[in-house]
Design a protein. Sequence first.
Length: 390
Amino acid sequence: MQQRVWTEDVDLSEQNLSQVQMPDPAEVAKTMARVAEQSQRVVQEFFERQASPEENGYSIMDPTVVMRAFQEFAQQMMVNPATVWEAQMELWQGYMNLWQSTARRMLGEEAAPAVTPDPDDRRFKDDAWRESPVFDYIKQSYLLASRYLQSCVQGTDGLDPATAKKVEFYTRQFVDAMAPTNFVLTNPQVLRRTVETGGENLLQGLSNLLEDLERGRGQLRISMTDTDAFDLGENVAVTPGAVVYQNDLMQLIQYEPATKTVYKRPLLIIPPWINKYYILDLRPKNSFIKWAVEQGHTVFVISWVNPDEQLADKTFEDYMFEGTLAALDAIEQATGEREVKVIGYCLGGTLLAGSLAYMVARGDDRFKSATYFVSLVEFTEVGDLSVFSD
């Protein structure tokens, strides 16, 4: 995949400034013209969206929910001042150690750091974060503040688990956003790249940002891939197949056999309805569907429709009747086989679990084996998902 970056970070071990070649002025002028044009379009679309709030779309984060969670957190902090005082004393002691160690390093002495990043923290892998006293101080100062904020959250009692989860999650997002690696003047890699390119990397990064804003019509929509790199049926989802059944909620695809003989029982795959059917058929070298047909399975896959307002009244139960059970009937019609093997993927596995319970209660034994790919069946602990679904 091709990941978009807003500044092109390159790790340069040594830089001879006398050999730096400034960018072509014509190219810089062309980039500036493109940035100006994009900026004008982004601003115009932003104001158009403000004038039509009903078209702003769905936002997963409700500001009132976040505000309420932090209000409850603040109230509990006032009830437990000892916890806050203990965290502040630890922060003060950490800064005292940092100032002392930095002063010793400035004098050319060896000094142990006051705080170190986690071994798997890739943000501070560049040598400058250790070798430069200035960047080392910036790094440690950030880590101390980060540890202080998160310890205050984790050490506050009296919050119900759901609220505590929200406060911890959004505090972590804030702390990560404020990392010095996210800012030009406090990121040694970006500074070196800026010197090398004469600032052209920053212009290109700004251009990338404006393209992401333009794509979201004034809202940030970060591009993580080259959207023009894939063509359905050409370099993605290339395993041959055809639609053999459809209804309001789905189409059922049957894939062509790749062997002279096939197993008696067909294989049905139920993907999540938040992914396309080809989530398991991306490219030939890593396509599960291609592999399955090459092993002699007759593979069927449900392709869920993208629901609109016409399907607003459809329920989980409808997905079971018009998805799982309708697929079973269609497979028997297409192959003459009543018994089927099934795979449930992600939310498709959740749907499968509910369907199996329904079928057992009614004596329906058409599924002879069931396999689950990364499926949640028990939802007591769902991780960060609980922050958004309450």
